[in-house]
Ligand binder design. Structure first.
Ligand code: SF4
Length: 386
């Protein structure tokens, strides 16, 4: 079995402030070792490109995520992209995305990113309501988000994503509608709308445990999610994943790599990688999370692996199902058969029958996908396939 596609994820872990809901591998910093970190990333790219399973393969997407990659200078991002192109080769027409915090960019910086080859920019807008932005601990105002999106258009970015968060305690449907309207007015080609969650280890989780924050109730969250699923498509964006909406043809190709369970290499602190076709089914590995430890290891050995696991076909089949079910179109049972050499109904027939009967899964034209109700209970559907 060989990989059908190959993507590169580059993690930049620094942020100006740590948002209280964030459980990403990110660290508040007023200064950061940009040169050392950039050199470490390049070393890791060089090493990965020289070895199996990725040597000789070209990149169809690159994604700079974080953290806040827009804190780095275009020059640093350009060096990393040059290394990726020199060592792996970046396909022409590849999607190259950079995540940006609206409070960290100006016209010159955006033009600089565009000049390096970044062709898609993803802004963490989250909300256009001042009180919600304050509650979420965001460093930017709504006006800064509007300005950033306009500057990105002027800098030549045709592909722009805006992230929104809903189900913030106290938020009304009218406020969510207003956030969606404000975001759409900036003419992004893609919108992501995430339900606020309270993950262990975050400041919000601790506040919740102390009784100082009460999350929206589950019915209220379901109602908001249902509202978002109607409201965003009304503005010309089709829902294609649980939390993602795009104008026709503007789906995030990089993220589709993850949801279709295809291969990717992640470089940087805490980055995860997955390679199909290793000793049977696949292999996953992950880097040291602490930036200092990562830099030292990558500059030394060119590798900063903290752990790895072989994935057998049974586990791979479960992962394939719950990743692909995130997609609104689900998956073709023929694709399942092509990858695992067994019919979906043979492998998961009893589980699937229960979910079809319960109205959580549906099947049409040999595709299996979540129903509307299944979307709202997605985590429990996924758990059925584990
Ligand atoms: S800016 Fe993004 S990555 Fe950084 S702390 Fe906030 S949510 Fe997390």
């Amino acid at each position: 079995m060989c990989s059908m596609s190959f993507s590169l994820y580059v993690h930049i872990p620094y942020c100006q402030a740590k948002c209280p809901y964030c459980d990403f591998n990110s660290y508040a910093a007023s200064t950061w070792p940009e040169d050392d970190y950039t050199r470490a990333l390049i070393r890791e790219i060089e090493r990965r490109s020289a070895e199996a399973p990725f040597s000789g393969q070209r990149l169809r997407t690159v994604f700079f995520g974080g953290g806040t990659p827009s804190l780095f200078a275009p020059d640093s991002i350009g060096k990393i992209l040059d290394a990726a192109d020199r060592r792996f080769g970046i396909e022409s027409g590849a999607e190259i995305t950079l995540e940006a915090n609206p409070g960290t960019v100006g016209p010159a910086k955006l033009a600089g990113f565009r000049a390096t080859g970044i062709n898609r920019i993803s802004f963490g807008a989250q909300s256009f309501n001042a009180a919600t932005l304050r509650f979420l601990g965001r460093i930017h105002s709504a006006e800064e988000t509007r300005a950033a999106a306009r500057m990105a258009h002027r800098a030549g970015f045709e592909r722009i994503n805006l992230d929104l968060i809903f189900a913030v305690p106290g938020q009304t449907l009218a406020a969510v509608r207003n956030d969606i309207a404000e975001a759409a007015a900036l003419e992004p080609d893609h919108l992501s709308a995430y339900n606020l969650t309270f993950e262990e280890g975050t400041a919000f989780f601790a506040e919740m445990k102390r009784g100082r924050i009460t999350p929206a109730g589950s019915d209220e969250q379901a109602a908001m999610y249902s509202f978002v699923r109607e409201e965003i498509p009304r503005r010309g964006y089709k829902m294609y994943e649980i939390s993602n909406y795009a104008r026709p043809g503007c789906e995030a190709r990089h993220n589709l790599t993850y949801w279709r369970a295809q291969s990717y290499v992640g470089v940087g602190a805490g980055a995860h990688s997955f390679a199909l076709g290793h000793e049977g089914y696949g292999r996953r590995w992950w880097n040291h999370r602490a930036p200092g430890v990562y830099i030292k290891a990558a500059l030394g050995e060119g590798i900063a692996e903290a752990g790895a696991e072989e994935i057998d076909a049974a586990t791979g089949a479960s992962e394939f199902i719950f990743l692909n079910l995130r997609l609104r179109d689900g998956f073709a049972t023929a694709d399942f058969h092509a990858r695992f050499g067994v019919e979906f109904d043979t492998r998961f027939g009893a589980t699937a029958a229960r979910l079809f009967e319960g109205g959580l899964l549906e099947r049409s034209a040999e595709k299996v996908r979540l129903t509307e109700r299944g979307l709202e209970l997605a985590d429990s559907v996924f758990a059925e396939f584990l």
